[in-house]
Design a protein around this ligand. Structure first.
Ligand SMILES: NC(=O)c1ccc[n+]([C@@H]2O[C@H](COP(=O)([O-])OP(=O)(O)OC[C@H]3O[C@@H](n4cnc5c(N)ncnc54)[C@H](OP(=O)(O)O)[C@@H]3O)[C@@H](O)[C@H]2O)c1
Length: 248
């Protein structure tokens, strides 16, 4: 098949490209640094010529709620319209578990806008809600790090390995549209503060972590709200496996 991956240079997009190419598919890589911009639509029609399916694994710059919703809304609308013109038969969206139960987070409101446009859009679709990735904890702690000190919310998560979610996206993109897919998660629950501490240890970084609910992850995200629902698909790689492999 000929499959386009939007966000092809990103954490999950690049791994999805690799999985698809390993399985013999022809992959079109979409990202601004590769000359295709989903905000302006530049290069998009050419990129989608002859494409059967599209995986959307782009992300949005961290900003406020309104701008995030506008970014994901514009990129998704442009992508879906170009897919319709090109006769693409399957749109696969990488989303996040639990976003419909949490009001406050700006990124989540953008993801809800993506989901709304995809479900109401012209192209048959599959939405894949994933839990946080194994590298999420150290990444979000890194956003606040100053002089060796970082704040981080003590979220309860059930993280998934980046390589595992990429395999699942590649598998789904090569099949029929399925509508809303079951939640996809890793095998074990974890405390985000502990994950960040252990990841930094493996990476040889000394960072003092201060648990708090005062940052972008509010107390409405405490408890079970980020955990996968019943009948979730559980990917195999544990957080410990990922650490043992070097936390990359
Ligand atoms: N982090 C988590 O734990 C987690 C969990 C579940 C789901 N997710 C979702 O997973 C998705 C992917 O996350 P990620 O961490 O893999 O993202 P990432 O590493 O930040 O990569 C984002 C990709 O999107 C591309 N991109 C951004 N804006 C674009 C535009 N206007 N036009 C074309 N390409 C654009 C970037 O390339 P250029 O900069 O070259 O354009 C890059 O390839 C996100 O939507 C996120 O919500 C994340």
């Amino acid at each position: 098949m000929r499959i386009a991956v939007a966000g092809a240079t990103g954490n999950i997009g690049a791994r999805t490209v690799a999985a698809l190419e390993r399985d013999g598919h022809e992959v079109v890589r979409i990202s601004r640094s590769l000359g295709v911009d989903l905000v302006t639509g530049a290069g998009l029609d050419d990129a989608l010529a002859g494409v059967d399916a599209v995986v959307d694994a782009i992300s949005a710059p961290p900003t406020d709620r309104e701008q995030t919703a506008t970014y994901f809304g514009t990129t998704t609308s442009n992508l879906l319209a170009a897919e319709q013109r090109a006769g693409v038969r399957h749109h696969v969206l990488l989303s996040i578990v639990g976003i419909h139960g949490i009001e406050g987070n700006a990124h989540y409101s953008g993801k809800r806008e993506q989901e709304r446009l995809v479900t109401e859009g012209p192209v048959p679709w599959t939405i894949v809600p994933a839990t946080q990735f194994h590298d999420f904890a150290a990444m979000v702690a890194g956003w606040t790090e100053r002089d060796g000190v970082a704040t981080i919310a003590p979220l309860l998560v059930q993280p998934i390995a980046p390589a595992d979610i990429a395999e699942i996206l590649a598998e789904i993109a090569t099949g029929e549209p399925q509508g809303r897919y079951v939640d996809v998660a890793g095998p074990e629950t974890q405390d985000l503060v502990d994950m960040a501490r252990r990841t930094n240890e493996v990476r040889g970084r000394v960072v003092k972590l201060v648990p708090t609910w005062s940052g972008i992850f509010e107390v409405s995200m405490a408890g079970n709200v980020l955990l996968p629902g019943e009948n979730a698909r559980i990917a195999p790689t544990t957080f410990d496996d990922w650490l043992a492999a070097g936390a990359v």
